[in-house]
Design a protein around this ligand. Structure first.
Ligand code: HEC
Length: 174
């Protein structure tokens, strides 16, 4: 089964490439890397994803989240030699309520309980940075998991040679 995974992934890329190329750098909303879902690595599969690395960070979360409060968050991705970058941040919509994010940077958009960069054409120099505001739900679950994914790309217009970072960041509410 395992040996077929790259071939299956390649077939997936070939099948999906025209669709993906229509919005280069804007990742599919549903490929948010949470358990049971696709991740960036489904298509950017050349090297396996780097998980829970400090090179991809979500900053600005408090030690204890307060209900209904807004927090300014920063996503940073560090990767030597990176030329373009993109990210996707996604929450459990049931836990978070409708549209909890607001973009703070250009070329960032939100949909439901997720936020992503739209264009990879912005040139980056070893570090990419996006800012956003998150409003905590009024009724807090015990914890809130942020699924954060990013691609440090080489700007070659192909899914090869990119490096994917996947993090799951848990915010405590009590
Ligand atoms: C369904 C397949 C697919 C998935 C899933 C996917 N991508 Fe891509 N992505 C592509 C393809 C195909 C390209 C190549 C087109 C291009 O480079 O413009 C691309 C290009 C990019 C680029 C530009 C890279 C470069 O070197 O030019 C970035 C940045 C990017 N994707 C980010 C992401 C992120 C972040 C995720 C996960 C949240 C993701 N992608 C998930 C198909 C996908």
């Amino acid at each position: 089964m395992r040996a077929w995974a790259p071939i299956a992934a390649l077939a997936g890329v070939l099948a999906l490439a025209p669709q993906a190329a229509a919005h280069p750098g804007a990742a599919p909303w549903e490929a948010d890397g949470r358990p049971g879902r696709d991740s960036c690595s489904t298509c950017h599969f050349e090297s396996g994803p780097v998980r829970n690395s400090d090179q991809l960070k979500l900053q600005g979360l408090p030690a204890k989240v307060e209900p209904g409060r807004s927090y300014d968050l920063i996503v940073t991705l560090k990767h030597a030699g990176m030329k373009v970058a993109g990210f996707l941040l996604s929450l459990d919509p049931v836990a978070s309520g409708a549209v909890p994010f607001k973009a703070g940077s250009d070329k960032v958009e939100t949909k439901d309980a997720a936020i992503r960069s739209t264009l990879a054409s912005t040139k980056q120099k070893d570090e990419a940075r996006w800012t956003l505001t998150w409003r905590a739900p009024d009724k807090l679950p015990a914890e809130i998991v942020f699924y954060l994914s990013a691609n440090a790309g080489n700007d070659d217009q192909s899914p090869l040679g990119d490096r994917i970072y996947l993090n799951a960041v848990t915010a405590k509410t009590r």
